[in-house]
Design a protein around this ligand. Structure first.
Ligand code: TNX
Length: 525
């Protein structure tokens, strides 16, 4: 072959090579099946290619950002098996990088919002605060999972659809609650739940730490609370409790995932475990037996004794010291064994104790009967009259309507776990409601947010927790994050269907509702 022909051939090949490198597989960012649905998604129809030489760049100067960068690399490893380097930088990268940066320039997106820009060259995640970067990281995970149209033979190349997402939450408070009192759950279970909640941008985990059947948090000044009160649970199992060290570990783990732990010490009712541990907390000075049944409303602290307030002050003091968030939940529900006037007197004093320890009080809706201060938070679960009374007194409301938000309700009559006193809560029932339009007289400005409680009378292990929580809470997460005009059940159920495979990969024992057109046929039954 002549030399110039060879050269021409070579040149031709070079052109082809450059062309093929530049030819990106078209991908559509608007079809990323994101949950919660973002505020705005603009697609530009191409893709960013992630490969083993992609680097996670973190803008220098923030320790938190560095941690999120490492977390992003870890998450990418879990999804793609690619090991990416994490590097701090002073400047935005030009190519083949994911860039995390805090640049407080967009006031619209607030503390948890983010701006994600995906071009063929660089993925840039911007936010005003590290919390926003963390929420945006969840979106990156989903974009990677759901827009990777790469030819599997081409792996290890992963694609992300190009475009721009600007996103921020509708409500500041998006919570879940786990009852660790009726049945006790180990630290590792709580951590796994935290991980799964973080995926859907939930930012609160409320732990129901005490009830008739068990006391689950070490109180150093009242050690019998756990020694005696923590020794059993519903059904008579061995119960358990968190040492303060373990509890701190949970708080820290949650904090790293931008989730605030809210501790609840339920009183004056739901206190049999405490009353069984210390006879002096009873009006007759006699300790009742430990309780392992499922009834509610039979116990009460003795509201006329001074020792009761010393007890409350000690407990709240120790719990407040373990709490990094602004709130302490003092229960106050179903105190049927406490006279109304005693209940009000008691709650008024407890409110002051919480305040004296530097925290804001949250109580179940009954607490609105006390002389609550305007900064108090009412958690609506049963009686709209109570919630309205709270609003009249200036309080904000957390919406946990039992008919829609209770994770311990059966999905339907065949669900082998759960209760149904509030009805059956299938996924459409759980999704189709608006926190600002559920109770007449309670409007958007009165609502702090939403919370989904899992009571654990019938739930005994992590598999069962997952079955009751997932996928119901994913709908609640969208209610908390996405404005009502931006969501619809028809659209949501198609997006949720795609998440089945991902949940399965994560080993989540979710309920494969017949209402969802799951893509993976062998979804958990
Ligand atoms: C009512 S909701 C309760 C709990 C039970 C739950 C069972 C609330 C504030 N109190 O004590 O565990 O029902 O669904």
């Amino acid at each position: 072959m002549k030399k110039n022909v060879l050269l021409a051939l070579l040149a031709g090949m070079m052109v082809q090579l450059t062309v093929s490198c530049k030819t990106r597989i078209p991908a559509d960012l608007t079809k990323a099946n994101l949950i919660p649905k973002p505020v705005t998604v603009t697609a530009t129809g191409s893709s960013f290619e992630l490969n083993e030489s992609t680097v996670v760049y973190v803008q220098e100067g923030s320790e938190e950002l560095k941690q999120i960068g490492q977390l992003l690399a870890d998450e990418i490893k879990a999804i793609t098996d690619l090991t990416l380097k994490v590097q701090t930088t002073a400047q935005a990268p030009k190519r083949n990088g994911l860039f995390l940066t805090i640049t407080p320039e967009n006031t619209q997106i607030g503390t948890e919002g983010y701006d994600l820009m995906v071009t063929e060259d660089v993925v840039t995640l911007k936010a005003n605060q590290s919390a926003g970067v963390f929420r945006g990281l969840q979106t990156i995970k989903q974009v990677l999972t759901f827009t990777n149209g790469a030819d599997p033979k081409q792996q290890p190349v992963w694609l992300m659809a190009t475009g721009n997402i600007v996103d921020y939450p509708e409500y500041a408070y998006r919570g879940a609650m786990l009852d660790v009192a009726r049945h006790f759950f180990e630290v590792k279970d709580v951590k796994r739940l935290i991980d799964l909640l973080a995926d859907y941008k939930i930012n609160i985990l409320h732990l129901h730490l005490s009830d008739d059947q068990g006391w689950r948090i070490e109180i150093k000044s009242w050690p019998k609370l756990t020694a005696i009160g923590g020794s059993t649970e519903v059904g008579g199992g061995e119960g358990g409790f968190y040492t303060q060290e373990q509890y701190k570990e949970i708080v820290q783990y949650a904090k790293e995932r931008y989730i605030t732990i809210i501790p609840e010490i339920d009183m004056p009712g739901h206190t049999n475990a405490a009353l069984a541990s210390y006879p002096e907390l009873n009006c007759n000075n006699k300790a009742p037996k430990l309780y392992t049944g499922m009834k509610v409303g039979f116990s009460s602290l003795c509201t006329s004794k001074e020792i009761t307030y010393k007890f409350v002050d000690d407990v709240i003091g120790e719990v407040a010291a373990l709490t990094d968030g602004p709130y302490i939940h003092i229960g106050g529900d179903e105190s049927h064994a406490t006279k109304e006037k005693d209940y009000i007197k008691f709650m008024n004093r407890v409110q002051d104790i919480v305040k004296a320890h530097g925290k804001t009080m949250i109580g179940w809706d009954e607490v609105a009967h006390a002389d609550i201060k305007p900064e108090a938070i009412i958690q609506y679960w049963a009686k709209s009259k109570n919630a309205l009374l709270g609003v009249e007194k200036g309080a904000k409301v957390i919406m946990s309507p039992s008919k829609q938000a209770y994770l311990d309700m059966q999905y339907d009559s065949t669900t082998h776990l759960g209760l149904h006193w509030a009805g059956y809560v299938e996924l459409d029932q759980a999704y189709n409601w608006d926190p600002a339009n559920l109770v007449e007289g309670i409007n958007k400005e009165n609502v702090l947010g939403v919370e989904s409680p899992l009571w654990s009378e019938t739930v005994t292990n992590m598999d069962e927790i997952e079955y009751m929580v997932f996928p119901r809470i994913i709908g609640h997460a969208e209610i908390g994050w996405t404005a009502v005009e931006n969501r619809s059940w028809e659209d949501y159920k198609v997006r949720l269907a795609k998440h089945g495979k991902r949940l399965k990969e994560l080993g989540v024992n979710y309920y494969a509702s017949p209402l969802i057109p799951w893509e993976n046929e062998d979804a958990t039954k």
